[in-house]
Design a protein around this ligand. Sequence first.
Ligand code: SF4
Length: 224
Amino acid sequence: MSHHTAEKLQKMFEAMRSAWGPQHWWPAETPTEVIIGAILTQNTAWRNVERAIDNLRRVGLLDWRKLRDIAPEALAEHIRPAGTFNVKTRRLKAFVAWFWDRYEGDLDRMFATPLDQLREELLSVSGIGRETADAILLYAGELPTFVVDAYTARILHRHQIIDGDADYEQIKELFESSLSADALLFNEFHALLVQAGKVHCRPRARCEGCPLAQFEHEIESDDI
Ligand code: SF4
């Protein structure tokens, strides 16, 4: 990874941050809600996840012991608004079972585990992919791991920082070797990339007015 790339990523961060300011992702929620949200959010809009979490809150199920003890069929009813609720029930139950088995339902103990080790452990839980694991570590544990998503890959590719076939771990490594290991910085950077992706760097790019337009970029002809 070149010095040039590191500098470019830092400048991109600063450009987005001065355009949009701090994003304050997941500020008011508890680590428990963040973890549940990270598991439920796969392939659905966040507002649906919020409705599922509201259901869980209303019946007192934002509680790891109760989540362990509830029957999967009953849990599925509460998280129905999050979509594909049978799959998500299985994933949530798999996480909860592992969490009790490994950490006896103690979040502090879990997040006191060395980051790389905990990440590997999370990835071994059925249904927890890389983006979910990193979201749990960063947003619930406040541990410095970079969360990569499709927006991140698209923006970096259009700015010729990565190849089209760069994988999750390569992109994550690029950020982590370019920036200081700072959870707040990683949090803000990811949130800003999502903002850029939602507003400008859509399948059809809207570069005009994008804070990243000042950096060299190339849009493939079928994107225009
Ligand atoms: S919209 Fe254009 S300027 Fe903005 S990130 Fe995408 S390619 Fe870059």
